[in-house]
Write a protein of this length. Structure first.
Length: 163
């Protein structure tokens, strides 16, 4: 599936499906649940955020990322709950802005999902770091692997510029 996620200035999330290939069961049971959870997450208390209360941070390495130097921090959740993950946070060495966040889910969010991996890339737009794209790979119990790629654009219609 390829789609477009738009976040309005008021914080409302809208999705537009651009292309889908595969089984409709996967579309309704896996992808639709993922998207509805994301839309509902804005209204809930942010209790699964990447914060020191939820994750242990440890310095991993320094790495190159699209011509920049990044500090890579390893993230380990302090609790084992749905929505938490084990992964890495890449921060730009000079400014500390996020470049990439990726991880593997530590607890399945559904009986249909075996495991889930995501990669969130960021861009700097008007001196603010914003999500550029989200890649999600889900191993389902019924239909096998499902991949979702979302390119995130700004609300005023400008295309997100990749580094």
């Amino acid at each position: 599936m390829t789609g477009l996620k738009v976040v309005t200035r008021t914080g409302q999330i809208l999705y537009r499906g651009l292309q889908f290939t595969g089984d409709n069961l996967v579309k309704t049971a896996v992808i639709a649940r993922f998207l509805s959870n994301d839309m509902e997450a804005r209204g809930r208390e942010p209790d699964a955020g990447v914060t020191p209360q939820n994750y242990s941070f440890s310095y991993g390495k320094t790495a190159a990322y699209n011509g920049l130097i990044a500090y890579v921090f390893l993230l380990r959740p302090k609790r084992k709950r749905a929505g938490f993950f084990r992964g890495e946070l890449w921060l730009e060495a000079n400014s500390g802005v996020p470049l990439r966040l990726w991880g593997d889910s530590i607890k399945s969010p559904s009986i249909f999902v075996r495991n889930l991996r995501f990669v969130q890339d960021y861009q700097e737009l008007e001196r603010c770091s914003q999500p550029l794209r989200l890649l999600v790979t889900v191993q389902t119990r019924l239909a096998g692997p499902v991949q979702l790629a979302m390119w995130l654009h700004s609300v005023d219609g400008r295309q997100a510029e990749s580094r």
